[in-house]
Design a protein around this ligand. Structure first.
Ligand code: ADP
Length: 312
């Protein structure tokens, strides 16, 4: 059975729910969201584990309840006394424009590599068949911890685990664009499958099109490259052979926040279940299309299953 390891940060999300300024609380984080969608698509035919750090407080315990209800394995989740989970607020102005405020500088997730090092029980990572991380997973690590992270990824890859990376470039999390580029170049060199968005590369590499992104990544010898571009075609490059897959634009877009995360979840699930790259992109687009018609990063299960047929 496939066993996927999702490495990243999950945060407390507060989103403004009405004009009175009341907020609704939930949890979200790019890699975590992807894990939830993978588990929903693959159900009992795959195991999904989340590797991260949370606090010992009540909110952190509530995340464990959510993970249990989504059947995400929490065995690889460390708990730390000194730090709590990060938090972000989604504000919506009078015109419906969304802005985000973050409190994540001292979040527990940043302690991950230290806790793996100190862990006397020595968690066993040998059962994982696929490992997924993003540019955000690495942006929150110190330079020293990042070196340990690369060793961890190299080690898993040497043991036959497939490595998947989505750059998800967030300039505010990096000291400089150069710093991000250096890390992304290493991440790309260690990956078997990459899932960038054209916007990530526009902002960081000044690439103007999906074709330019593909050329940059093909030159690194990456075999499976999937390039997202909002409601425009997805460009795929498999062993250097390119194809474009059209997207049916959603007319009633409600919230695009986790479009890319949902796409990644649908794509990785479909590939795990044996679908071709093209069919996996079509399935991924349907998952993303469903998610952007609802508020929040993780849509309610009932709405999800009303639109998406699981792959089992
Ligand atoms: P990100 O969240 O990484 O910026 P994108 O905006 O590129 O991701 O979107 C990811 C995927 O979500 C797209 O490849 C597409 O499948 C789907 N998507 C995004 N916007 C739309 C839209 N307006 N209509 C239909 N699908 C969309």
């Amino acid at each position: 059975m496939p066993h996927l390891l999702m490495i990243g940060e999950c945060m407390i999300e507060l989103s403004q729910s009405n004009e009175l300024g009341e907020y609704k609380q939930s949890f979200a984080g790019d890699v975590f969201n992807t894990g939830v969608y993978i588990k929903r698509c693959l159900k009992k035919s795959a195991q999904v584990s989340f590797l991260s750090v949370i606090g010992e407080d009540k909110m952190s315990s509530q995340l464990l309840s959510l993970m249990a209800s989504e059947e995400i394995n929490s065995r690889y989740l460390y708990r730390c006394k000194s730090n709590k989970m990060g938090l972000y607020i989604i504000n919506i102005d009078h015109y419906g424009e969304r802005t985000f405020d973050y409190w994540r500088e001292n979040s527990a997730a940043r302690q991950l590599m230290k806790l793996i090092k100190q862990d006397n029980s020595k968690m066993d990572f040998s059962s994982f068949t696929t490992l997924f991380f993003s540019g955000i997973s690495i942006a929150i690590l110190s330079s020293e911890d990042l070196l340990d992270f690369w060793k961890f990824i190299e080690d898993r890859r040497a043991h036959g685990c497939q490595i998947v990376f989505d750059p998800n470039y967030r300039p505010a999390l990096w000291h400089s664009p150069q710093h991000a580029k250096e890390a992304f170049e290493i991440a790309y060199s260690l990956s078997d499958v990459v899932l960038p968005g054209v916007d990530d590369h526009k902002n960081l590499y000044h690439h103007e099109s999906a074709a330019e992104v593909a050329s940059h990544l093909e030159a690194k010898g990456i075999g499976e490259i999937i390039i997202k571009n909002g409601d425009l075609e997805v460009l795929i490059s498999v062993d250097g052979k390119r194809t474009q897959i059209g997207i049916t634009p959603v007319t009633e877009v409600v919230d695009t926040t986790s479009a890319g995360d949902a796409f990644n979840g649908g794509y990785l699930s479909a590939r795990q279940s044996g679908k071709s790259v093209k069919d996996a992109v079509t399935y991924a687009a349907s998952v993303a299309g469903c998610v952007i018609q609802h508020k929040g990063a993780i849509v309610p299960k009932t709405s999800f299953y009303a639109a998406i047929i699981p792959l089992v």
